[in-house]
Ligand binder design. Sequence first.
Ligand SMILES: Cc1cc2nc3c(=O)[nH]c(=O)nc-3n(C[C@H](O)[C@H](O)[C@H](O)COP(=O)(O)OP(=O)(O)OC[C@H]3O[C@@H](n4cnc5c(N)ncnc54)[C@H](O)[C@@H]3O)c2cc1C
Length: 390
Amino acid sequence: MDLTPTPTEQELRDECREWLQRFLPWEYGQGLPPRFDDLAEEVAFGRDWQAKLATGRWVGVAWPVEYGGRGGGPVEHYIVTEELARARAPELVGRIGVNLLGPTVLAHGTAEQRTRFLPKILAAEEIWCQLFSEPEAGSDLASLRTRATRVEGGWLINGQKVWTSYAQFADWGACLARTNLDVKPQIGITYFVVDMRAPGVEVRPLRQITDEREFNEVFFTDVFVPDDRVVGAVDEGWRIANSTLTHERGVNPRQLVIHAQLVDELWKLASESGALDDPRLGPRLAEAFVEIQLFRLHNWRSISRTAKGTEPGPVGSINKLWWSEMSKRLHDTVMDVLAEHAPLWRGADDNPGDGAWQRSWLYYQASSIWAGTNEIQRNVIAERTLGLPR
Ligand SMILES: Cc1cc2nc3c(=O)[nH]c(=O)nc-3n(C[C@H](O)[C@H](O)[C@H](O)COP(=O)(O)OP(=O)(O)OC[C@H]3O[C@@H](n4cnc5c(N)ncnc54)[C@H](O)[C@@H]3O)c2cc1C
């Protein structure tokens, strides 16, 4: 494929860069986000930043203009994401809505749902969470037990979800619930939009290995959801859920951005500490650099497919498998470069990054679990890409 940008693509890149140079909350390409005392403070900062970004139409670049997007395609989305990375811009606080649930509503929602929800997702006026996993239904999502029962004007939801990222800040959640017990598991599921502030919704944060509380348990007791908050048809939520999962695993400029920044920072750290000249570490630093280039090319390959109107499909599983395994190798290299500083945490004297690297190492241990475990991705690749028997 030809990777040379067209004049219009180059213009978009320049315009985005100029905007970021003017409006970034810190020096272009240099700044690191401020250290926040807690997640709530970080989310408040993130909401302000995303709202500003949305005024420039730099969020939802591939979304239609009528919902606050830019009307571009996957290539334009990718270019803007790269520019955000180059600028070291903060991550989108509403990324679950922007990257997963918004595109699902866009593809499968009603006109009323699109108008009601999409513009507020882009401006981070409303944050979303993904209410799929349950204590007994993770990889085997179709075995979920949360029930929705028919009542006048809508549904009553009862059950429990788990590992729900950002549920404590979310205004809306995309929830899978069983609506029919008389059919095979995949058929009797419906995709609901749940008001996270409705009576009967209880959110309990879970403490993670990083000592943060980003994900949660969510309990539903007779939570009323009106009929017009069903996405797609009743009992056909499995198909809609797969659309969300395809977005989660498919083209992933966000992870590319994060890891390209990490590789840059790693090289800086290595040159400051002398690790670049260490014959044991040099090849691994080179490997980190090569791996990120391969990931970039793989993303381009997926973009080229989506730009032609083909969903990433099972190829998205290769993408997810690659970046999560790459991430673990990269973080192990970071720890070896940090050497005797590796076991230190925030506040320790003479600790490069003041614990940020250590936090990142711990956080990305989970990358082989979220968005579908790597074992499941291998199964998908084996069966649906290579055509091996089940
Ligand atoms: C940081 C993080 C954030 C998350 N955020 C969300 C969120 O916002 N919303 C949400 O709904 N979920 C979220 N999840 C949950 C995530 O989707 C699940 O953890 C994941 O799908 C795995 O399910 P499980 O934890 O129940 O593990 P299980 O499905 O119980 O798997 C346990 C082990 O068995 C293996 N295994 C299971 N089945 C097979 C098989 N058929 N073949 C081979 N091996 C198999 C798995 O690979 C794994 O190693 C998050 C998870 C993490 C770690």
